[in-house]
Design a protein around this ligand. Structure first.
Ligand code: SF4
Length: 453
């Protein structure tokens, strides 16, 4: 009999959220979530497929679990983005793996528990055009941070960037109803959460359509809610909760979203805007649907409308056919924008993607590494320049946890998503305080709480 379960998770926030959905479904089956893997009867691995390394990690973990399985009766399930991609899963099934589930099939879990207890292997990796798990409230027992959390608003992605596996592992885009999203945020606020991050592979393409009514001549009328309307709805209905969102796509971000961010204090002044490359040639090969100039115009709009907005990015270095000139285009774009911070990755040639089928992975690993180093070095310089601007300013900070380095200090973030550390003096987790910034390190602001402001 399966009584206790444990989840091993890899990958992005979307997987963190899916763990909460899986946990919620299994708790409804009267299973108990256990923190210690050795106490579990059922171990679920939630996988990521974004890069080669992620898949190798899972493979090694499965071999370790197999050694556990030889010592004690346990059941192993593999879920998430890898299951649709990898043949090795089939080789392992029945020996190590008891079930395989795709990201749209977690409602099958109650049936699966019965199935595997009777030694029947189970697999369902079908993608859905509808599934958003909207009527399943995610279980937060998994969530160590009781102050901030995620709420998915879309699943899947319709953009077919040539390097990306997401459309193949998570399927077509679909949006959750605004009513469900608002209810979920409201319930989280009642549970004591002070901040929600609205989550999707591409939140800017959020679009919920509801048929309103049918007139005599069968003419249908529709009501549509797009991302800026959803942001405004949550900001007005829940004025005391702080709102963030990720991930945006420069091609889909609208001016109305930027104006709504400006209009409401409880929407954070921070935008994560993956650019991937500063070269028009590479952006075209990636099918990113915007040019360098479009992107710069968007950044200028953001900075004109919300001067205090912090901006971060994703960049992939070493993409197919990337020349030194393309790389310099990327560095020059960074020099023009001077981002607050960013995430940079070496290009990983992913089987099944358009790039894998059509282009050669023709940039050597050494060059990829050197170009990545150039980007990191430049970003460090820009991050320090941006952090310096906060010296002697007062920042409104949400206390999220103890400082990692010193438990006598709090760690929290301001609206710009910057980490701020200050000495404890009787405050509580989840409290908003004002902190005067006195110094900074390469990525963190350091200050002292001020009583009156
Ligand atoms: S928008 Fe993002 S998730 Fe969608 S295909 Fe492009 S990189 Fe992948």
């Amino acid at each position: 009999m399966i009584k206790k379960f444990h989840i091993i998770s890899y990958g992005c926030q979307m997987n963190v959220y899916d763990n909460e959905i899986i946990t919620s479904i299994l708790i409804r089956c009267n299973l108990l979530y256990v923190i210690n893997i050795l106490d579990a009867d059922l171990i679920i691995i939630n996988t990521c497929s974004i890069r080669e390394k992620a898949e190798t990690t899972v493979y090694n973990k499965l071999l370790y679990l197999n050694s556990l399985k030889k010592k004690k009766k346990i059941y192993i399930g593999v879920v998430g983005c890898m299951v649709r991609r990898l043949k090795f899963i089939n080789n392992l099934k029945k020996n190590i793996i008891d079930f395989v589930l795709g990201p749209d099939q977690y409602r099958e879990l109650p049936y699966i528990i019965k199935s595997i207890e009777n030694n029947r292997y189970f697999s369902n990796v079908l993608l859905s055009n509808e599934e958003t798990y909207s009527n399943i409230f995610p279980s937060k027992i998994y969530n160590i941070n009781k102050v901030t959390t995620y709420v998915t608003i879309t699943r899947g992605c319709d953009n077919m960037c040539t390097f990306c596996v997401v459309p193949f592992t998570r399927g077509r885009e679909r949006s959750k109803s605004p009513k469900n999203i608002l209810n979920e945020c409201n319930k989280l606020y009642e549970m004591g959460y002070k901040e929600v991050t609205l989550l999707g592979q591409n939140v800017d393409s959020y679009l919920w359509t509801k048929e309103t009514h049918i007139k005599k001549n069968i003419k249908k009328e529709f009501k549509q809610i797009n991302f800026s309307m959803l942001l405004e709805l949550i900001a007005t209905k829940l004025p005391n909760i702080r709102i963030r969102f990720c991930t945006s796509n420069p091609h889909d971000m609208s001016l109305s979203v930027i104006k709504i961010i400006k209009k409401y204090n409880n929407i954070c002044k921070y935008i994560h805007l993956p650019v991937q490359s500063g070269s028009n040639k590479i952006l075209k090969l990636m099918k990113r649907k915007y040019t360098r100039l479009n992107y710069i115009k968007l950044i200028e709009n953001i900075r004109n409308i919300i001067p205090e907005c912090a901006i971060s990015y994703d960049i992939i270095t070493g993409f197919c056919n990337e020349t030194e000139k393309d790389h310099i285009d990327t560095l020059n774009l960074m020099k023009y924008i001077k981002y607050d911070f960013g995430y940079m990755f070496i290009y990983s040639h992913r089987k099944g993607t358009y790039a894998y089928n059509k282009y050669k992975d023709n940039v050597s690993f050494d060059i990829k590494k050197r170009r990545l180093y150039d980007i990191i070095k430049l970003q460090r310089k820009h991050s320090k320049l941006n952090l310096k601007k906060y010296l002697n300013t007062i920042q409104h900070v949400l206390i999220e946890s103890d400082s990692k380095k010193n438990s006598n200090y709090w760690s929290g973030r301001n609206s710009q998503n910057l980490i701020i550390i200050f000495k404890k003096n009787g405050e509580k987790l989840g409290e908003f305080v004002n902190v005067k910034i006195l110094s900074y390190t390469s990525a963190t602001l350091i200050g002292e709480k001020i009583k009156y402001y």
